[in-house]
Every structure is written in C-alpha cells, then in structure tokens.
Design a protein around this ligand. Sequence first.
Ligand code: HBI
Ligand code: FE
Length: 291
Amino acid sequence: MDTSAFSRDAFFKTLAEKSTHGIRGDYSQADEQYVIAQDWAAYTPEQHALWRRLYQRQAKLVPGRACDLFIDSLMQLDAADGIPQFARTNEALMQATGWQLVAVPGLVPDQVFFAHLAGRRFPVTVWLRQPEEFDYIVEPDVFHDFFGHVPLLFNPVFADHLQAYGQGGLKALPLGGLPYLARLYWYTIEFGLIESPQGLRAYGAGILSSGGEIDYCLASPKPRRIAFDLERVMCTLYKIDSYQETYFVIRDFQQLFDDTQPDFTPIYARLQNRDALPADSLLPGEVDLLL
Ligand code: HBI
Ligand code: FE
C-alpha cells in the first residue's frame, strides 16, 4: 500500500478541495493507516447530549422504515445514552462477526479505507457535528458512522460482503475501477433499500442516520426505487448534496453478497466504453417498486 509522505500530501490536497469547511479532523496523531485513539474522555457533556438528541430522533423513525436486522442490532448496541466507547462495542462485535471498529480523524484515502475493510476493520470518525448541523452534515461524523454503519456489521452475511468489497476495492484501484465501486457503495451501503414481507425497508447508513431521508426514501413519490442490478448501479451517477433521485432495492443480503462475488475486471472494461447514466434515469422495463 502506498502510504508515503507524498500520497499523504496529495490526499490532504484533494480533501481540502472537496470540503466546504476545511479539514475538520485532527490528522496529526494518525498512524500510517490513519488510525488514532478515540479519546472518549475528551467528549464534553454537551456533545453527549447532542448525541442523545440525534439518537432519540432516529430511534423514533426506524420502526417500520429500517430493516429488522438493523433494529435488532441497534438494541444490542447500548448507544442511546451518549457517544459510545468503541472499545466496548469491539468486544461484542469481535464475538459476533470478528469485525473491529478503528477510530479515524475523518475521511481517509481510498486505498487505506479499502485495506481496513479487507481486514475486517471499520473506520469510524471520532468528531461529532455541531448543534447547528443537527439535520445535515456534508462529511461523515461519529453519529453517521456509528449509528448508520455499525449495526449491520453484526450480521455475518453483510459483514462478509463488506470485507469482500474492501478486497475488491484494493484490486479495482490499479484497474481504474474506483468510480464504479464508489457508485456501488453509495447505492448499497450508504443508500440501499431492501425488500421485506411488510414492504420496502432501508439498510443504507446515509438513510438510517438522516432525519429526513429515512421517510423520504420510502414515502415520497419523487424518487425512483428500482430493482438492484450490478452493472446498472455501477454506471449511475449520484447526488451528494441532496436526497437521492434513485434508490436500488435488494431482495436480501445474500443477493448483495452473491451479485458482487464475480471478478469485476471485465465489467470495468465494458463500462469504461459506456456513458454514465444521470441520477434520475428510468430505463425501459424498469418500474418503481413502491407503486
Ligand atoms: N473514509 N472515513 C472514511 N469513510 C468512508 O466512507 C470513506 C473513506 N475514504 C474513502 C471512501 N469512503 C471511498 O473510497 C468509498 O466510499 C468508495
Ligand atoms: Fe457512510
């Protein structure tokens, strides 16, 4: 893995360009893998109180909207009373699926992110948003990363899928596959919907940690909810600064695992000759699964 000083500089340059309020996390203590200590004792009472408000709002919204698996895991997490200690979560997580949380200052370079997932380590940002960002943040904070992503790491099929995604990511970088894998991640891990006997449910962390999108994605007539298709997803552009215009629906987590097993090398080669689709496309034969 390239973690030379040069690649660090290049990473910070892109991060500073992408970010609207500068680089937020403190990267000065980070090791080669961008891992830091969580320093749980440094969170203030106000930050724990803000976490509780965020948690209580989402906890009210998840019944009937999040998939059962997410809700079951969330109950076991014991994270309602304040910002959790990752070390405590790690004991339960190690037993359940062998995954571990590692604390990071914020976004990390793609190859570092993939290497963590491939090693069954999930990077969790340590900082919490400001009170005025209650409804919306641009970058992932500890609430998004922990509340949104950690519950499903307790599910063995999902956990294996995410590791395979990390392994695929490391392979994809030299092949020019990153844009395709980023879209896959976006439309599944971040904004995925799943079928259930009671109707559509959310499993994507971007949805589950959002006060508005969790209802919008299931109830609004505006966006499309269409059946997951690997290549369709990989060539679909996405919005980073508004609710999604399209959600992709998996039947179950086994489908996500199975459909992402093949070697993506020929798929990247094929998709590189194709135009990307706008985020609001509806192709012939596709139907909105909510209707
Ligand atoms: N870093 N901390 C963090 N969290 C992410 O979700 C993340 C990242 N770095 C890169 C990255 N995601 C992308 O490579 C993937 O979403 C494709
Ligand atoms: Fe996320």
